[in-house]
Design a protein. Sequence first.
Length: 295
Amino acid sequence: MKSISVSIVGRPSSGKSTLINTICEMKVSITSPTPQTTRNKIKGIYTDSRGQIVFVDTPGFHLSDKEVNKRMREITIESLSECDVLLYLLDGKRSAKKEEETLAELVKKAKVPVVAAVNKKDILSEDEIKDAEFFIRKTLSLEPCFISAKNDEGIDDLLIKIFSLGPEGELMYDESQYTDQNLEFRISEIIREKTINLLKDEMPHVIFVEIEDIEYSEEEGSVWIRAVINTEREGQKGIVVGKGGENIKKIRKESFKEIKRIFPDSKLQLDLRVKSQSKWRNNQAVLDRIFKKNS
C-alpha cells in the first residue's frame, strides 16, 4: 500500500487545478481562464487499491515584485521540499521563457523524485510536442508524460508513474475523503471563483472573499452564510455590484448553486456584501489573513 504526498508546481494557468479536479473526480480547487487563480495550498486526495496520493495544488509560479505574488511564490518554493514526489506541469501551448526556466531550475534542485507532465496534449501541434519534450529533457533529464487534464487523457499513465515512485505507508486520510479544506475556505473560494469568472476582463486579481459568519439553526434546518467580497479600491465596488445590482445577483446565484451541494438537506441563505480594503495586496495584515484562512 502506497501513501504519497505530491506537490504540483507550474506556471500560472498550466492546468494544476484542473488536473487535481479531474483526478479526484470532485471540485477540489477553483478554476478560471484567469491566471493565478490559486492563492493557497489546496489538497486533493485520491485513493484506490494501490494506496493514496495527496496532491497539493500550489499557486502558479510568477516572477513579480507585488507582495501578494511574493507570498504565492514562497508557497510554491516551500512545496518543493514538503512532498514525497514532485509533479512539474508544463503548459505545452506556451514557449518556455525566463519564468519557466527559473521554475525548472528550482525543480531540478528538488531532493525528491520528479515527474514531468506536459498538459493540453489534445491541442498540441507536432512542433509544440517536440519543443516541450526537448525543454524537459534538456533542463530535467526526464521523459515527460503528455496529458490533457481537461479531457482526462494520459492521467492513468501519470498515476502509474507516481505510484511507482512513492513510499509505502498507511492512508493519511479516510478513503472517502477528497480534500482537507475547512468549510469557510471552501465557501469563500466558491464565491471568489464565481466573481473572477464573471468579471475576468475587468478586475480578476483585486478581490478576496471573507466569510463573516455561518449561522446554523437545527430547529429550522437552515444555514445562513454572510460573506464579503473585498475590492482594492472604492471605485471597484460598483463593478462587482453591477448596474442595478446585476453582477452581484449573478455571483450570488452561481455561488448558491454550488454551496447548496455542501448543504443538500438544509435551507440555505447566502448574503453577499461588497467592501473595499485599500491596497490590500501589499497589506501584511490582510495577506496574513488570506494565506492562513485554510490552516
